[in-house]
Design a protein around this ligand. Structure first.
Ligand code: 0WD
Length: 254
C-alpha cells in the first residue's frame, strides 16, 4: 500500500509510543522510514527498537525547540531520501505541575512551553517538510478529545491540542494546492510515557472503556493503522480533518 513511499516520524520515545505503533503499521505497508529522537536520553531506545525491525532507517537527533536541529534533520533526510511523502508528528509536552489541579493556575512559562512543543512544532515541521514533498504528501498529527471537552488534569494540554487541531485546518488550506494533506488523529487514552504524566489517567481509561460504543480502550496499533491509511492513496480526498480513533467514545451523550 505504501511501497516506494518515504516518510519521517517524530515522537518515538519507547516501544509504547503511539509513534512506534505508527511506524510498525507504515513499515508493514512497505514504507521507508526515518526517525527522529528528542535527545541523547532517547537515542538508545529508538536505536534498539529500529535495529531489529527497520535496520536501514536513518536516525536523526531533533528537539523541536532547537531550530538548527530541525533544519539539519530535513537537510539530512532530503539527502538520504531525495523527497518526502509523509510526516508523522507525535510530539507533546507540558510541565508536570501544569497537568494537575486547576487549569486556572497555569503560569506563563508552562503555557508557552506546552503550546510551543505540542502545537507550534507542527507548523514548524510542516514548513520544513513541504519543499521536500515534491510529489504531494501527507502530514499526520496526534490529538485528544481534551481539545474540545474538559478533562480534569488535561488542562493546558487541552488548550494546546485545540491550537493543534486549528493549525491542521490552516495548514491544510495553505498546503492543499501542493497536494499536501494535513490531518489529525484524535486517539482515545493509551498507556504511554506521556499519558502517565496526566493525572487521573487510569480513571479516564476506565471511564472510556465503560462508555465507548465498542466497550474497550483503543489500541496503539489501531491509531497506527489509521495513520497508515492517512498516508496512502486510499485517503486521497481527506484533508484538514480530525479523525477520532477512540472506539466511538466522542459520539456519546448520555
Ligand atoms: O493517551 C495517549 N497516550 C494519547 C496521546 C491520546 C491522544 C493523543 N496522544 C498524543 C500525545 O499528546 C502526543 O501528541 O499522541 C502523541 C504521542 O504521545 P504518546 O505516544 O502517548 O507519548 P510518548 O511515547 O511519551 O511520546 C511523546 C514524545 C516525547 O516523549 P517524552 O515522554 O520523552 O516527553 O514527544 C517527544 C518525546 O519523544 N517530544 C519531543 N520531541 C522533539 N522535541 C519534544 C521536543 N522538544 N518534547 C517531547
Amino acid at each position: 500500500m505504501l511501497k516506494d513511499k518515504r516518510g519521517i516520524i517524530f515522537g518515538v520515545a519507547n516501544k509504547r509510543s503511539i509513534a512506534w505503533a505508527t511506524a510498525q503499521a507504515l513499515n508493514q505497508a512497505g514504507a521507508r522510514l526515518a526517525f527522529t529522537y528528542q535527545g541523547e536520553r532517547l537515542k538508545d531506545n529508538v536505536e534498539a527498537l529500529t535495529r531489529a525491525e527497520m535496520p536501514d532507517s536513518p536516525l536523526l537527533a531533533c528537539d523541536v525547540t532547537k531550530q538548527e536541529e530541525v533544519a539539519e534533520t530535513f537537510k539530512q533526510v532530503g539527502a538520504e531520501f531525495g523527497r518526502l511523502d509523509f510526516l508523522i508528528h507525535s510530539i507533546a509536552f507540558a510541565p508536570r505541575e501544569a497537568l494537575e489541579g486547576d487549569y486556572l493556575k497555569t503560569d506563563r512559562d508552562a503555557f508557552i512551553t506546552a503550546l510551543e512543543i505540542s502545537a507550534y512544532s507542527l507548523t514548524q515541521l510542516a514548513r520544513a517538510a513541504a519543499p521536500l514533498m515534491t510529489e504531494g504528501g501527507s502530514i499526520v498529527t496526534m490529538t485528544f478529545h481534551g481539545a474540545e471537552k474538559v478533562y480534569q488534569g488535561y488542562n493546558v494540554m487541552g488548550v494546546a491540542k485545540a491550537a493543534l487541531e486549528s493549525s491542521v485546518r490552516y495548514l491544510a488550506a495553505d498546503l492543499g494546492p501542493q497536494n499536501i494533506r494535513v490531518n489529525a488523529i484524535s486517539a482515545g487514552p493509551i498507556q504511554t510515557l506521556s499519558a502517565r504524566g496526566v493525572s487521573g489517567l487510569s480513571t479516564m481509561m476506565k471511564h472510556h472503556a465503560e462508555r465507548a460504543p465498542l466497550r474497550r480502550n483503543v489500541e496503539a496499533s489501531e491509531v497506527g493503522n489509521t495513520a497508515a491509511f492517512l498516508c496512502g492513496s486510499l485517503s486521497s480526498g481527506i484533508t484538514g480533518e480530525t479523525i477520532y480513533v477512540d472506539c466511538g467514545y466522542n459520539i456519546m451523550g448520555i
